[in-house]
Design a protein around this ligand. Structure first.
Ligand code: HEM
Length: 118
């Protein structure tokens, strides 16, 4: 007796394959790998026989409401505007890195000059 339920989903139908684990001709590892996942493509890629399809009816436990499956997210690249903004701030930092030491140096010379003349 196993202490977990391994269910996988093939074309929106959910199967509890726990009792079938040891008998599955493809082994239990493949079933475990798709537990809780949509195994439609894995199942179809094998080219399961008609008798395998009949067999799986024994383990049918329900159907998934396809509308509850989250849509696949597509990558949206950051907008051009923010990229240009990032370049602008990079330039500002470079200018400041150059200007600040010169300002400090100028200030030091200025102080030295005025303190000498006093
Ligand atoms: C309740 C669901 C399933 C049943 C009843 C089932 C049944 C079977 C049967 C009877 C076979 C022997 C070949 C045939 O008659 O087609 C088989 C082989 C196999 N199955 Fe399944 N299967 C199920 C789910 C899956 C899933 C979800 C996967 C993949 C993740 C899978 C992977 C395989 C593999 C890799 C083989 C071996 C193919 C080979 O060596 O040629 N099966 N399965």
């Amino acid at each position: 007796m196993r202490d977990y339920i391994s269910s996988c989903c093939v074309t929106s139908q959910v199967y509890d394959v726990t009792p079938f684990m040891d008998e599955h001709p493809g082994g239990d590892e493949v079933l475990l790998a798709v537990t809780g996942k949509d195994a439609t493509s894995d199942f179809e890629d094998i080219g399961h026989s008609d008798s395998a399809r009949e067999m799986m009816e024994k383990y049918h436990i329900g159907e998934i409401d396809a509308s509850t499956i989250p849509a696949k997210r597509t990558f949206v690249p950051p907008q051009q505007g923010s990229h240009v903004q990032a370049k602008d701030s990079d330039l500002l930092i470079k200018i400041l890195q150059f200007l600040v030491p010169i300002l400090i140096l100028g200030l030091a010379f200025g102080i030295r000059h005025y303190s000498k003349s006093e």
